[in-house]
Ligand binder design. Structure first.
Ligand code: RAM
Length: 917
């Protein structure tokens, strides 16, 4: 049998002799390569096929999962052998083997059959199971449930970090050691003096009463036979929230830092031991981190360092014992999204003296993270760093827009040569820093900007011939990475930093082109579900660190939009299936409580942050700029009904799908009765948002779309001189709305503007990220962050889908089928984008020159692309110099006005067509 197989393989290989058969790369489980300590008992496996050949399609796969590398090598799938499965599925394949138990290691590989032959086995990959059940956790929660002497329990409460340590003896040779840790609010972990992992500000934030995340590390290499030491440092994070005595009804706090840890050791002789948290641990609050919280900063006194405290042999006789403390309320969950990390280190562009011993450092870029400093000074010298996004006219920091966040890090020197320090439990949103007390003259070489956000790859790249668009793209990139903090937050600098739902309704979708954010947003959906009240209500902020349960359609509805994004961009059906009951519950709750005669009567934020009539205002007061809240709420609810209908169909819930559709029809009729003026085809007071939402949500009476579109166009071109007039809600649909209705010219105008109000205006006025307000350089500081992503709306989606022409088809989501249809906006001569999909890299690079349109495309294996070449019906379209219809891997599909449409399988293609103008 085996011999036969080998012969068959040889035969297949030889039949494609000069070209290698497609290979497999990047096998990953739960969208992660080699994840440790997961708690998905039916994990999903994905792989990418690599091949330079055209039109490679998977026809079958085989997955083998084994309990040891040796078994895997021998092809013994004792956990799962799928056998040869006839299928073109290569992403999110459900594990279907023996049931997975806590602590199991699963080694796996995959091979595929394609229309170009049978691949070799992939490189082996691995995942391990975490502690799935509560009873798997040994030991108890430890900490110190009170303030240390030097701690303050005030509006600016900051605790000194808690240092915990334990030594133990590993009597025998160690085969394998795994550590599971829940360190709240934030932890740093050390073994035998070495830092474990490169994560910072871990674990991911949650509503700690509902669920806490544990992290898992393989620490085999850090342990040794004999004496070992574990050390952890606990910081406040959101667990011991700031502002202890301030608005307790609004700002949630949970308790004092605490931790639970298991270190599982397997000895070479097969015996096992677990070292866990108990009252043999020591805890000291008098270490170097004297004060920390996310908003006010960290104070570090190096004279108080405990040299060698995390290594074996340290004398901790004077350290008090850790005490048992109450466990947090929620479930223990494996953290399936990546922790934050220092993702990039950048140098300041200048350090200038402001006055006596005060200097201003400029990073040249608004960023989120912190500064690492180097200095040589005397013991006890204090270096103080304060952070801000902008400067005052006198050159000093402008901090009024930070509200009462103190954003101050203080380092007290121990007095050795070239000390280096960076904080552990804080981050700042800043471009500038004020340095005081630095011994000597600070220079750019004494500081590094540490850019901190969730560890995820940059999935996309985008550039065009238009400098403004490129500049805004760069600002968006920096804005988005600034605001991933284990959850998407609104801003990284002021006393807020909250995971506001409404900021990401469409944002999450656009961001997914730039960052591989699927796991972060899957985690956020869990946060949102956990924040749901029994009756169905969903807050505006989740995890609900700020208690904002007010019920509205736009902000909480992001729950549905993000599930839709995960399905659309990553083909993640599980996200939809898991959350469907809760989304439906919210939909029912909102309709029951707030609808009257087909209209949703409750709204809260309106079209948040439209450009106001005067440059000092935060919100417009002019009724002509403001869109009716009931209109926004009802249109948005209709939009959610259509997404829910899509979900219901996907999950075979036919009767739900019917009732969503039925309700939608009724509400559309009610909406038009209430807001539509048939005589002039205007909705309500004719704002762009009032007309755009019904146009995009299929509410406009059939046949009247053009008239409504004309009202939008007139309002922009005549009423607003070609400028944007929408806020957070309208901007989510604006660019795609114009493009998909044939007005790419207006969208392009809006995207290229550099005067007020526009994204280009921000860039022209010094923004290196995206502002919270269109008039961010002149408005009241009370709500005026320089690093907020909500006003991006659908701009990034439009960049990729409409300018570069990379979009997934809705019918085959996750880029199984790709729609490549770039806009030929006048004035734009080229666009080039790369996007790393679950199937592999997609590229689109087009340019217009010398009467010719040229377009280079890469389509990944196991996908198909529909390619819309701008060309009239008789125009000669070529691919690599030959008539396109005859090119290998290419098939002519149809002519539509202005385009010839081809279908292509995987591969690289170079198309040309004559330009008509
Ligand atoms: C502000 C924040 C946030 C927004 C809410 C409604 O506090 O700017 O981004 O979503 O308001």
């Amino acid at each position: 049998m085996k011999r036969l197989l080998i012969i068959a393989i040889l035969f297949l290989c030889t039949s494609f002799k000069e070209e290698p058969v497609p290979g497999i790369v990047n096998p990953r489980c739960e969208m992660l390569v080699n994840p440790l300590g997961i708690d998905a008992v039916f994990p999903r496996l994905s792989w990418e096929i690599v091949s330079a050949q055209r039109n490679v399609e998977q026809t079958a796969y085989q997955v083998i999962v084994s309990s040891s590398p040796e078994k895997l090598e021998a092809g013994k799938g004792d956990l799962w052998n799928s056998g040869k499965v006839t299928s073109d599925q290569s992403v999110h394949v459900n594990y279907a083997g023996v049931s997975l138990k806590s602590r199991m290691s699963c080694f796996w590989k995959v091979k595929t059959w394609t229309n170009h032959g049978e691949s070799a086995w992939s490189e082996p990959a691995k995942w391990t199971m975490g502690l799935i059940n509560y009873v798997d956790w040994k030991g108890r929660w430890i900490g110190l449930d009170k303030l240390a002497q030097q701690d303050r329990g005030t509006q600016f409460s900051r605790l000194s970090a808690r240092y915990l340590r334990k030594e133990f003896n590993a009597a025998k040779a160690i085969n394998k050691a795994t550590i599971y840790i829940i360190g709240l609010g934030l932890y740093e972990l050390y073994i035998n003096g070495s830092r474990v992992g490169d994560q910072v500000l871990a674990p991911g934030p949650t509503d700690y009463n509902k669920g806490v995340k544990y992290n898992t590390f393989d620490v085999t290499d850090l342990l040794k036979q004999g004496k070992n030491a574990i050390g952890t440092i606990l910081g406040n994070g959101r667990y011991f929230a700031m502002r202890q005595d301030y608005k307790p009804y609004k700002i949630k706090t949970f308790g004092y830092p605490k931790m639970l840890m298991n270190l599982d050791i397997e000895y070479a002789d097969g015996s096992k031991e677990t070292i866990s948290t108990d009252d043999t641990w020591r805890l000291n609050v008098n270490g170097p981190i004297r004060a920390n919280n996310e908003y006010d900063g960290e104070e570090y006194d190096a004279t108080k360092e405990f040299a060698g405290w995390a290594a074996a042999g340290f004398n901790d006789a004077l350290w008090p014992k850790a005490t048992f403390v109450q466990e947090p309320g929620g479930t223990y969950e494996a953290q399936m999204n990546s922790n934050m990390k220092v993702m990039e280190t950048i140098k300041p562009v200048s350090v200038k003296r402001l006055k006596s011993n005060t200097y201003i450092l400029d990073m040249g870029q608004n960023m989120a993270g912190w500064l690492r400093l180097r200095a040589t000074g005397k013991r006890g010298d204090k270096i103080t760093l304060r952070f801000a996004e902008t400067l005052q006219p006198d050159g000093g920091l402008y901090v009024r827009n930070l509200r009462d966040a103190l954003v101050t890090d203080i380092y007290t020197m121990k007095g050795t040569v070239k000390e280096s320090w960076e904080p552990s439990f804080v981050y700042h949103g800043f471009r500038y820093a004020e340095i005081t007390g630095y011994p000597g003259t600070p220079t750019v070489n004494d500081f590094d900007g540490r850019v901190v956000y969730d560890d995820m790859i940059t999935a996309g790249d985008f550039t065009t011939s238009n400098a403004t668009i490129n500049h805004v793209y760069k600002n968006a990139y920096w804005g988005i990475r600034s605001n991933y903090k284990g959850m998407p937050v609104d801003c990284p600098q002021r006393n807020e930093r909250q995971p506001w739902l409404g900021d990401r309704t469409t944002g999450a979708y656009g961001e997914s082109f730039i960052f591989d954010n699927g796991r972060l947003y899957a985690k956020w959906l869990d946060d949102i579900r956990q924040s749901q009240k029994e009756d169905g209500s969903i807050p505006d902020v989740a995890p609900s660190f700020w208690r904002y349960y007010g019920d509205n359609v736009t902000w909480p509805g992001t729950y549905i939009a993000v599930a839709d994004m995960l399905y659309t961009q990553y083909g993640d059906e599980t996200a939809v299936a898991e959350h469907y009951p809760y989304m439906k519950k919210w939909m029912d709750y909102m309709a029951e409580k707030y609808s009257a005669n087909g209209i949703i009567t409750k709204d809260k934020y309106g079209d948040w942050c439209v450009p106001p009539e005067s440059k000092e205002l935060i919100h417009a007061r002019d009724p002509a700029r403001i869109t009716d809240g009931e209109l926004i709420a009802t249109a948005t609810y209709i939009r959610w009904l259509s997404v829910m209908e899509r979900f219901a169909k996907l999950l075979d819930k036919t009767s739900d799908a019917k009732s969503f559709a039925f309700l939608s029809d009724n509400m559309k009729a009610a909406f038009n009765r209430k807001f539509y003026n048939t005589s002039n085809a205007q909705y309500s007071n004719n704002t762009v948002t009032a007309n755009l939402l019904p146009l995009m949500f299929g509410i406009v009476p059939a046949g009247s779309e053009d008239k409504v579109l004309k009202n939008i166009g007139d309002k922009i071109l005549i009423g607003n001189n070609g400028h944007i007039s929408t806020g957070v809600i309208g901007t989510q649909w604006l660019m795609r709305g114009l493009s998909s209705h044939g007005r790419a010219d207006i969208a392009y105008k809006i995207a290229s503007n550099t005067d007020y109000p526009s994204w280009g205006y921000m860039a022209e006025n010094g923004a290196t990220t995206i502002w919270e307000l269109w008039n961010g350089n002149t408005a009241d500081p009370e709500m005026n962050s320089q690093n907020h992503v909500m006003l991006l709306g659908d701009l990034v989606v439009w960049y990729y889908e409409n300018l570069a022409g990379i979009k997934t088809s809705a019918e085959a989501p996750g880029f199984k089928k790709i729609i490549m249809k770039p806009e030929m906006a006048d004035g734009l001569n080229s666009a080039k984008a790369m996007y790393r999909s679950m199937y592999g890299i997609i590229k689109s690079s087009w340019r217009k020159s010398e009467g010719q349109f040229s377009w280079d495309i890469t389509v990944p294996p196991n996908t198909k692309a529909l390619i819309y070449i701008p060309a009239g019906i008789n125009a000669q379209v070529t691919e690599s110099g030959k008539p396109a219809a005859t090119a290998q891997g290419v098939r002519f599909v149809e002519n539509i006005p202005g385009r010839q449409v081809f279908e292509a399988g995987s591969g690289n293609y170079s198309f040309t067509s004559p330009l008509t103008h």
